[in-house]
Design a protein around this ligand. Structure first.
Ligand SMILES: [Zn+2]
Length: 194
């Protein structure tokens, strides 16, 4: 068996060029673009372990599925940099869900896709209410839009708590499991009505 050349071995080990980096701003971590990203481009694929209940850092990927980094993942493990994605009410990225099974649980990889052009160094954000039904830790929104209009600043709680108008505003990017949960809720409400 011939040994690969040094150059070949280096090429095999070289990681793919990073699309995202983590920046620390005032002690908090932010996910930023390593290079300019076009609309429609895949930024990353979600990877992690699935739990039945949400936690502070999980992303809901199915009706009863919440993806979180493994407990032993280090802060600098780039496979789980998605944990540093911050919420914004007018984000530049959204999750794209593949096929789902009968329970509304997603079976294909979940990808984060750019929905606005993102400049190199720009923070990458998504709207948490497009994936989360009922968040374990609601918080007052600190996105640029809410900071600019404190009187209209939102508390981010999850899709369950949005008004119909708010749901319509984000409908292009809402995860299929949230639509399913909303349908179930409205059927339950109809059954309960006198
Ligand atoms: Zn906001």
């Amino acid at each position: 068996m011939s040994r690969p050349s040094v150059a070949r071995r280096l090429a095999l080990r070289a990681p793919a060029p990073a699309t995202v980096l983590v920046a620390r701003i005032s002690g908090a971590r932010h996910l930023v673009a390593a290079h300019a990203i076009d609309v429609g481009a895949t930024i990353l694929e979600l990877d992690g372990v699935v739990a039945a209940t949400p936690d502070r850092y999980s992303v809901q990927i199915g009706r009863d599925q919440h993806l979180a980094p493994p407990a032993d993942a280090g802060d600098d493990d780039d496979a789980y940099f998605w944990r540093y994605l911050n919420h914004a009410c007018e984000p530049n990225a959204a999750f794209s869900f593949g096929a789902s099974d009968d329970d509304g649980d997603d079976t294909a990889p979940v990808r984060l896709v750019a929905i606005r052009p993102i400049r190199r160094g720009g923070e990458i954000t998504f709207d948490y209410t497009t994936t989360e039904w009922d968040m374990s830790v609601p918080f007052p929104c600190g996105c640029a839009r809410c900071l600019a209009q404190p009187a209209k600043a939102r508390v981010v709680r999850g899709y369950k708590h949005l008004t119909e108008t708010e749901r319509r505003r984000i409908s292009a990017h809402v995860a299929p499991h949230l639509r399913q949960l909303a349908r179930e809720r409205s059927r339950e409400a109809q059954r309960a009505a006198p």
